[in-house]
Design a protein around this ligand. Structure first.
Ligand code: 2AM
Length: 184
């Protein structure tokens, strides 16, 4: 039987259309000041775990890890704009990392390592990349914070091309509903 094709995979939070529109507007404002290449609206995401190239035969096990996650939904406030001058990368991030986001990443990392995925050891720094190859990152525009109600997470494939990576969503999994707050 022919081998299943390998794929370059990552888990991410993928915004709904309204949040993606707001993030794209931030990217456009940053682009006007910093130049570079804004990510396409449909490509904007927050990576949870980058798996690298995964043999096709392992995809079912990766999906099973995701299906077994029992983490709750949460609210994310993207309220920081930052850059890496040397790479010309501009991104938005949250000043406070919500505990349910850290729990989700821990659960994914634990599950993925248990099936033999070699994940990077570097600390998880949640961010949404907005611009690549920006030339003038010295003065970033002010940021209108973007609130994001995170209800699910996704597995995506990254395909590398000369014009930049393109992403394809493979599957989404719902997070458990947030318990009603004490005030309600
Ligand atoms: P970045 O936006 O900060 O580059 C797909 O490549 C996604 O996985 C991107 O969001 C990218 O983050 C992230 N990622 C994390 N580690 C990566 C790695 N070693 N190589 C490529 N992308 C990585």
């Amino acid at each position: 039987m022919p081998a299943l094709p390998s794929k370059r995979l990552f888990f991410a939070l993928w915004p709904d259309a309204a949040v993606a529109r707001r993030l794209a507007a931030v990217a456009q404002r940053a682009h006007a000041v910093c130049g570079g290449r804004p990510l396409r609206r449909e490509d904007l995401h927050l990576t949870l775990a980058f798996l690298g190239t995964v043999p096709g035969e392992q995809l079912a096990a990766v999906r099973a890890v995701a299906a077994g996650i029992e983490c709750g939904s949460f609210r994310l406030e993207l309220d920081r704009l930052a850059c890496k001058r040397r790479q010309g990368m501009v991104w938005t991030a949250c000043a406070t990392k919500p505990a349910p986001l850290a729990d989700l990443v821990d659960a994914l990392q634990h599950g993925l390592r248990s099936i033999g995925c070699a994940l990077e050891e570097r600390r998880f720094a949640p961010h949404v990349t907005l611009l690549r190859k920006a030339q003038a990152v010295a003065a970033l525009p002010s940021l209108q914070p973007v609130a994001w109600s995170v209800l699910d997470f996704a597995l995506a494939e990254s395909q590398l091309a000369a014009s930049g990576a393109t992403y394809t969503l493979i599957e989404r999994w719902r997070l458990q509903p947030e318990p009603p707050s004490a005030a309600e």
